[in-house]
Design a protein around this ligand. Structure first.
Ligand SMILES: Nc1ncnc2c1ncn2[C@@H]1O[C@H](COP(=O)(O)OP(=O)(O)OP(=O)(O)O)[C@@H](O)[C@H]1O
Ligand SMILES: [Mg+2]
Length: 297
């Protein structure tokens, strides 16, 4: 079996917690082993092609930020290199750089989204209502403008259906006011901390999604992945001009190829040509190197 085949899905002899679009999550002794695969999704579909090393890039970028912010924002990481731990050593060739061992926490059923620029679904809602998630915004914002301040725009976390915007009050009703206040302020602080760092490296973080859990003591802990290309929109500072959305750092070739193909977006997507795969892989390695300042290998 080629490496590429292997990294599409992981069948470790462990209890499966969840297979997401991109990650396979296993449960081990009350902890989670989160393995990032090379699967790629676009337009809500998992594509039949893999992007070699993408899972390593995603996992190592998240691990980098968890480490960078660990003294300010408690997170779920137990071990960022589980392949070095006894029970996982034998799977080193499979999981090296792709896996992270975390505490298993009760996840709040919301996605904590912070937006600094107005694009995507936020732009659509603003055009219709002048607000996002109940936040009144200045009039006359243009597409891809920066907000005066990053805004907190939570959504539901729905299994199988589309996540829906919530107002802060709706979120408070769902998870309790105290939790809602803490999650909002943690999210905005985390976003500001990391986006200031990224900007020094020439990267704009247009928006980002976080998830939070709660431990036995009721403490709120950052879980899931943070500031990866799958959970954030990264743009190059030099590509940005107001009024236009710069190309998405990671999936621009994939999206362009699919949009230019005869795929109807209503059926299984086609495989990607080798050239699109290679160019996309280069983009993932590039963002890894820019943000972390290191090489993946
Ligand atoms: N420390 C943790 N404790 C408990 N659950 C966690 C923790 N970290 C992440 N999770 C959960 O694990 C799951 C990871 O799955 P994954 O992100 O791959 O799939 P998904 O979010 O359901 O779908 P998608 O593929 O669209 O992201 C999420 O449901 C996330 O909330
Ligand atoms: Mg997810």
């Amino acid at each position: 079996m080629s490496n590429e085949m292997k990294s599409g899905s992981f069948d470790l002899p462990l209890k499966l917690f969840k297979r997401g679009k991109v990650r396979d999550v296993f449960e081990v002794d009350g902890q989670l082993l989160i393995v990032s695969t090379d699967r790629v999704s676009a337009f809500d579909y998992v594509l039949p092609s893999l992007i070699p090393d993408k899972g390593k890039v995603l996992n190592r970028i998240a691990a980098f930020w968890f480490d960078y912010t660990r003294n300010l924002f408690p997170n779920h990481v137990v071990c960022a290199e589980p392949e070095k731990l006894e029970p996982f050593k034998e799977w080193t060739p499979l999981i090296e750089k792709r896996a992270i061992l975390t505490r298993k926490l009760e996840a709040f059923p919301i996605e904590a989204i912070v937006r600094d620029y107005i694009v995507g679904s936020g732009w659509k809602t603003y055009q219709k209502t002048g607000e996002i998630c109940g936040i009144k915004l200045p009039q006359g914002l243009k597409f891809a403008d920066r907000f005066p301040e990053p805004i907190f725009t939570p959504t539901t976390k729905a299994e199988g259906s589309h996540d829906e915007d919530m107002t802060f009050e709706q979120m408070a009703e769902l998870i309790g006011k105290e939790n809602a206040i803490k999650i909002k302020s943690l999210s905005l602080e985390l976003f500001k901390t990391v986006s200031a760092y990224a900007r020094q490296k020439g990267i704009i973080i247009a928006d980002s999604k976080f998830e939070f859990g709660r431990d036995e003591k009721g403490e709120i802990i950052l879980i899931d992945e943070i500031f990866t290309p799958d959970s954030s929109r990264f743009w190059k500072v030099e590509d940005y001009t107001p009024g236009q959305e710069p190309p998405a750092f990671d999936k621009q070739f994939v999206r362009n190829y699919l949009l230019g193909s005869s795929w109807d977006r209503n059926s299984l997507p086609p495989p990607l040509p080798a050239e699109v795969i290679a160019k996309t892989r280069e983009k993932y390695l590039e963002i890894y190197e820019i943000l972390t300042g290191g090489k993946l290998e």
